[in-house]
Design a protein around this ligand. Structure first.
Ligand code: SF4
Length: 454
């Protein structure tokens, strides 16, 4: 593919840039050969994908290498640990063949905890007839996640994304399901489910015709327990034209309207990592178009070093979201997978950033919750720090738990300024966390994952 600047006034078409063609971008050619090689080394292990909207409208090329959207979408040297970087760099310098490079890449990838939070072992649901539904996950009682096979990719990739194994062809680690009927059957068999979350990849990569098939199956089944359809998506940030000028944009908006006209709530879980993603006319118009269907847009993002570890930016982003009619929903902690060493923020610091941002926005933006970890036992909220019995502690609670009884019960961990994930924390005042024993006994039958990245 050769580079061609998009005509943004017209109906733009999506052009993707990946490892195979990123060097054709004039903006990339202006970077030093050393930087381009570093990107290539990292890009051979961790997947990356940008597009013409991200490149031309979101990234400030005068602010390289610090531009947050550049770091969000293009590989950076620090995303690989030095030993992994050296291994891949040596392989490329020695011109090893494609197969050998792939083997080295897979070897490194397997050391990056490709499936955190027990997704492969604990969250896969089963129909009453014994059929395993690998394209679904059910961890929390009320919500089941559905991974349509046609939504296993995204308009661009986030460099921190925990779904990275799906994008690099590690097929056995891919969740995907083709059959809407099995989804319907599962929701019917589980009257406790009120929400179905379409996820992926990004479900808004699907054509309206395909998405509407799944939606029609749910609507036609008239499931009394189903109240809400959620769509986890980053399309507003990465390709707003999906809802503006793409050939089936109106058809997609009509599907949204249909969901609402049939008495269901449509919750659009929009993923925005930075204020800059809310700056273009395209995104503002797309938000308007989605909201005009009656859908509610809730926003979420992880807190990420090198991209958005700045309280003032979060405060401005939440305020902007409210101004545009969106509801700030979650600040997440980066998961224990992939380049966590690069993006991770210690929990105590994450709490301080959240507190500073939260205390400087109006009440309407304080719908947001965080920092929250989607860990194996559940969604754990870092509430703050305190002194108990002369001991400094971190205070936590479950927002969601594998056992619903765990929810809202405060628990305490020893104060640790370096801990970046639940596993790093040690119980304070007791030998074990109150859920440790029960967690050990959880088996496959326990229901899913609500980490609402797209
Ligand atoms: S966070 Fe969402 S949009 Fe980003 S790469 Fe992951 S699945 Fe795709």
């Amino acid at each position: 593919m050769t580079y061609q600047e998009t005509i943004w006034d017209d109906s733009p078409s999506l052009k993707s840039y990946t490892l195979s063609n990123f060097r054709t971008l004039p903006q990339i050619q202006k970077l030093s050969e050393e930087t381009q090689f570093e990107m290539e080394v990292v890009g051979n292990v961790l997947p990356f994908k940008a597009n013409n909207y991200v490149v031309e409208q979101l990234i400030d090329w005068n602010n390289i290498p610090n531009d947050p959207i550049f770091v969000l979408t293009f590989p950076q040297k620090g995303m690989l640990k030095p030993e992994h970087y050296e291994k891949m760099a040596t392989a490329l310098k020695n011109n090893l063949d494609k197969k050998e490079i792939t083997n080295i890449a897979n070897e490194i990838r397997l050391q990056l905890n490709p499936h955190p939070a027990g997704q492969m072992e604990l969250n896969v649901p089963t129909l009453k007839d014994g059929t395993k539904l690998y394209g679904m996950q059910h961890k929390y009682k009320e919500t089941c996640l559905f991974f349509p096979s046609q939504s296993q990719t995204c308009h661009a990739y986030c460099s921190f994304c925990f779904r990275w194994p799906q994008f690099v062809g590690m097929d056995e680690m891919k969740f995907a399901m083709q059959e809407g009927e099995q989804l319907v059957q599962y929701v019917r068999e589980h009257p406790e489910i009120s929400d179905v979350l379409f996820t992926g990849g990004d479900p808004m990569i699907m054509k309206a015709k395909i998405f509407s098939k799944y939606v029609d199956a749910l609507i036609d089944a008239k499931l009394p327990n189903l109240k809400t359809i959620r769509i986890g998506t980053k399309a507003l940030a990465y390709w707003p034209y999906k809802f503006l000028t793409d050939s089936d944009s109106q058809e997609m908006l009509d599907v949204f309207k249909k969901i609402i006209d049939n008495g269901l709530h449509l919750a659009f879980m929009a993923h925005f990592n930075h204020l800059n993603e809310l700056s273009t006319d395209a995104v503002k118009n797309a938000i308007k178009a989605v909201r005009n269907t009656g859908a509610q847009i809730r926003t979420q993002s992880p807190l990420l070093a090198h991209i958005n570890d700045d309280a003032e930016m979060w405060a401005k982003m939440w305020t902007k979201q409210v101004q545009l009619g969106c509801i700030p929903y979650y600040m997440f902690v980066v998961r224990d997978t992939g380049a966590q060493h690069y993006f991770g923020i210690p929990l105590v610091k994450a709490y301080q950033i959240f507190k500073k941002a939260y205390s400087s926005v109006s009440g309407l933006a304080r719908t947001v919750r965080g920092p929250s970890m989607s860990a194996t036992p559940g969604k754990v909220h870092v509430i703050g720090t305190a002194n108990l019995n002369d001991q400094k502690v971190i205070v936590l609670r479950f927002l969601q738990g594998r056992n619903p009884d765990w929810v809202q019960v405060p628990f305490f961990a020893k104060y640790d300024e370096n801990a970046i994930w639940l596993d790093d924390l040690k119980p304070a005042l007791t030998d074990k966390f109150f859920f440790d024993e029960e967690m050990k006994n959880f088996k496959t039958t326990h229901p899913v994952e609500d980490y609402p990245e797209s």
